[in-house]
Design a binder for this molecule. Structure first.
Ligand code: IYR
Length: 222
C-alpha cells in the first residue's frame, strides 16, 4: 500500500469536564432556538458573513475526504427572480398534481403552498450541489464515496453556522430542481441537493406551531 503521510494533531482542544458540559449545553440551547422561517426581510446581510459560514461548512467530514460539494451563492436580484419563477412552476405542479394526498396532509401544519416570495425577498440563496464523481483536468472521472451523506453533513454544519451568526434559514427543496443547474451554469454531473434561503426574518415573521421530539423519543442507550 502507498504510504500515507501524517502530521501531529495540533488543533484538538481538551476542556475540563465542567467546561465540556457547559459548552455542550450552550450549543444545544442555541440550536434549540433555530426555527425554519419563510417570512424573510430584504435587509442585506453583513458583507463576508456568508463566507465564514461556508468556511464552517467546508470543515465537514466527507467520504475519503473527496469534499463532493459545490455551493452557489446567489445575491443578484435578477437571478433570484429567475429561480423564483422556475421554482414556482415546479411547486404549482407539485401542489396541484404531483404530491400525494398523504404528502399534502403531512405538509398541512407547515402552511406551505406554491407561492415562494422569499426567493425574491431574502438577500441570499445558497444552492447546494452534490458531485457524484470528480473530474480530473483531462476530463477523466473519479468516484466520490458517500456523496449524499457528505453533502448532508456539510449542509447541516452550514445551517448551524448561519444560525449561530444570527442568520435565519429555510431549507427549501423545490422538486425537481434541475433548473438550478441551468440558471447557475452548473455541470450535468452535479445534482442539486438543497436551496438554502438565508437572511433576517421579517418583523412580523411567524412560524408553524410544531414541536421537536424529546431526547427519550429519539435516542436509545445500551
Ligand atoms: N417543496 C414544496 C413542498 C414541501 C415539501 C417538504 I418534504 C417540506 O418539508 C416543505 C415543503 C414547498 O417548498 O412548498
Amino acid at each position: 500500500m502507498k504510504d500515507a503521510s501524517f502530521l501531529p494533531l495540533s488543533t484538538y482542544r481538551e476542556y475540563p469536564p465542567e467546561e465540556m458540559l457547559e459548552r455542550a449545553k450552550e450549543f444545544a440551547d442555541d440550536l434549540q432556538r433555530r426555527r425554519t422561517i419563510r417570512d424573510f426581510s430584504d435587509r442585506p446581510l453583513p458583507p463576508g458573513l456568508i463566507e465564514y459560514c461556508l468556511q464552517a461548512a467546508l470543515s465537514a467530514p466527507s467520504g475519503a475526504n473527496m469534499q463532493p460539494w459545490h455551493f452557489a451563492v446567489v445575491r443578484d436580484p435578477e437571478i433570484k427572480h429567475r429561480i423564483r419563477l422556475a421554482a414556482e412552476l415546479e411547486e404549482k405542479e407539485f401542489y396541484t398534481h404531483r404530491a400525494s394526498a398523504e404528502w399534502l396532509e403531512a405538509l398541512q401544519p407547515l402552511g406551505t403552498d406554491e407561492h415562494k416570495p422569499f426567493l425574491d425577498a431574502a438577500p441570499c440563496l445558497i444552492a447546494v450541489f452534490v458531485q457524484k464523481f470528480g473530474l480530473l483536468p483531462d476530463g477523466r472521472k473519479f468516484k466520490h464515496y458517500y456523496p449524499t451523506e457528505s453533502v448532508g453533513l456539510a449542509t447541516g454544519m452550514l445551517i448551524a453556522a448561519l444560525h449561530r451568526a444570527g442568520v435565519a434559514t429555510l431549507t427549501h427543496t423545490p422538486s425537481p430542481m434541475k433548473f438550478l443547474n441551468k440558471i447557475l451554469g452548473r455541470p450535468k454531473h452535479e445534482r442539486p441537493f438543497l436551496l438554502i434561503v438565508a437572511g433576517y426574518p421579517r418583523d412580523d415573521a411567524q412560524v408553524p406551531d410544531i414541536r421537536r421530539r424529546e431526547l427519550k423519543d429519539s435516542v436509545s442507550y445500551f
